[in-house]
Design a protein around this ligand. Structure first.
Ligand SMILES: C[S@@+](CC[C@H](N)C(=O)[O-])C[C@H]1O[C@@H](n2cnc3c(N)ncnc32)[C@H](O)[C@@H]1O
Length: 253
C-alpha cells in the first residue's frame, strides 16, 4: 500500500476540510497534510480580516514558520447558472494567481476550509480558477466534518433516519423553493440563517414547524449557543456560523 505524503508531488494543491470549529473534529488526514505543507492559503471574507479555517487548523497544527497566503473571498451571493458578479471573479482570479505563484515554484499549497470541502466552500470557487490558468495542477480534496453533522451530533439527534428525505438549503437566498421544501420534505438543514432568522421564525410558525426546529450558533466553539425554542432568538444578531435543523418525524416505539 502506498501512502501519499504532502511532498510526494511538487506543486500539489490540497483543499482540506478542517471541520466546523472543534479542532478535535479535524480528520487525521487533514492534520497530516496541513502538517507537511509549508504554504497555507487561507480564505478570508475581507482584506486584513481573520480566517476561521486558519484559526481552526492552527489549533492542531502550528501555523508559525509557514507561509500564510491570505486570500480574499468577498461574501457575495453566487447564483449558479447566472452570470457571476465580476468583482467576485476578479477576487477569485487574484487568489488563484497568488496560489499559482507558489505552485509554479514547485511548492505544495494547502487550502484549509471550514467544515467539509465539498459543501458551500470557497474551495470550489478557487479550484476552477487555478485549473483554468494551470491545468496541470495536481489536486487532492480532503473532506471534512460538516457543520450540519456536528450540529446534529451535539443535539444527540440524526440529520435523517429511516425514510426521511433530507434537504440542505442555503437560507440566505430569498427563495420560493424553501416553503415547498419545508412543506414536502421530512428533514431540512438551513445554513446561512444569520440574517434571515426572524423571517424564518415567521415561516416556521405559519407552517406549524416551529417546535421541530433547533438553532445552533458556533457549534463546537467555546461560545456555542443552542436555541431549542428558536422564538427566543428573535431579533438577535446571530453569528454567521449558525445552522438550523428541522426534523418532522420520530421513530414510533
Ligand atoms: C459557507 S458555509 C460553509 C459550510 C461548510 N463547508 C460545512 O461543511 O459545513 C457557512 C455556513 O456553515 C454553517 N456553519 C459553519 N460552521 C458552523 C458552526 N461552527 N456552527 C454552526 N453552523 C456553522 C453556517 O450555516 C454557515 O452560515
Amino acid at each position: 500500500m502506498s501512502i501519499e505524503t504532502a511532498s510526494s508531488q511538487t506543486g500539489h494543491l490540497y483543499l482540506v476540510g478542517v471541520g466546523p470549529g472543534d479542532p478535535e473534529l479535524m480528520t487525521y488526514k487533514a492534520v497530516r497534510i496541513l502538517d507537511t505543507t509549508k504554504v497555507w492559503a487561507v480564505p478570508m471574507a475581507k482584506e486584513n480580516g481573520t480566517s476561521s479555517a486558519l484559526q481552526i487548523a492552527a489549533q492542531m497544527v502550528p501555523s508559525n514558520g509557514r507561509k500564510i497566503l491570505e486570500l480574499c473571498f468577498p461574501m457575495k451571493k453566487v447564483f449558479l447558472g447566472q452570470e457571476t458578479d465580476h468583482h467576485l471573479l476578479q477576487a477569485w482570479g487574484k487568489a488563484a494567481d497568488e496560489v499559482i505563484t507558489y505552485l509554479d515554484r514547485g511548492q505544495d499549497v494547502a487550502f484549509p476550509t471550514l467544515g467539509d470541502t465539498t459543501l458551500y466552500s470557497t474551495a470550489f470557487y478557487l479550484l476552477p480558477m487555478i485549473l483554468e490558468r494551470r491545468p496541470q495542477t495536481k489536486v487532492t480534496v480532503v473532506p471534512g466534518i460538516t457543520a450540519m453533522a456536528a450540529c446534529a451530533a451535539s443535539q444527540s439527534n440524526p440529520l435523517a433516519l429511516g425514510d426521511d428525505v433530507l434537504a440542505v438549503v442555503p437560507a440566505a437566498f430569498e427563495d420560493d423553493r424553501l416553503r415547498h421544501i419545508l412543506t414536502t420534505l421530512d428533514a431540512v438543514v438551513l445554513m446561512k440563517v444569520y440574517r434571515r432568522l426572524d423571517a424564518l421564525i415567521d415561516l416556521l410558525t405559519e407552517l406549524d414547524l416551529i417546535e421541530h426546529a433547533v438553532l445552533i450558533e458556533r457549534s463546537g466553539m467555546p461560545d456555542e449557543r443552542v436555541y431549542t425554542d428558536i422564538r427566543q432568538a428573535r431579533g438577535l444578531k446571530l453569528h454567521y456560523f449558525s445552522t438550523m435543523l428541522i426534523r418532522k418525524k420520530k421513530v414510533q416505539m
